[in-house]
Design a protein around this ligand. Structure first.
Ligand code: FES
Length: 91
């Protein structure tokens, strides 16, 4: 069994590498979180075709079942606002 914790592309790579093996590929998802209670939906991920909330159902999931393409798209949803915030503080 493996447990990957870190950048989403790295966790995806581990899951992809182990996809055809008997080795379990658990990942600890760092989805965007707002309330951390399972109420706001910000951390929504699709795992095995089912909607899950990383803050409530996870953050650890079977990486071979995670829709990483969707997760990576959702991770970028506040990029423009993050850029504005970083510019506002001079970074
Ligand atoms: S952070 Fe709001 S549902 Fe998970």
């Amino acid at each position: 069994m493996t447990l990957s914790v870190g950048p989403v592309p790295m966790m995806k790579a581990v899951a992809d590498k182990l996809r055809d093996s008997d080795i379990e590929a658990w990942v600890s998802l760092n989805a965007i979180m707002v309330d951390g209670t399972g109420m706001c939906g910000a951390c929504r991920v699709t795992v095995g075709g089912a909607t899950r909330f990383a803050c409530f159902h996870g953050p650890d999931f079977d990486g071979k079942q995670v829709d990483f393409a969707e997760l990576m798209t959702r991770q970028k949803m506040f990029n423009d606002k993050e850029k504005i915030a970083l510019e506002a503080v001079g970074k």
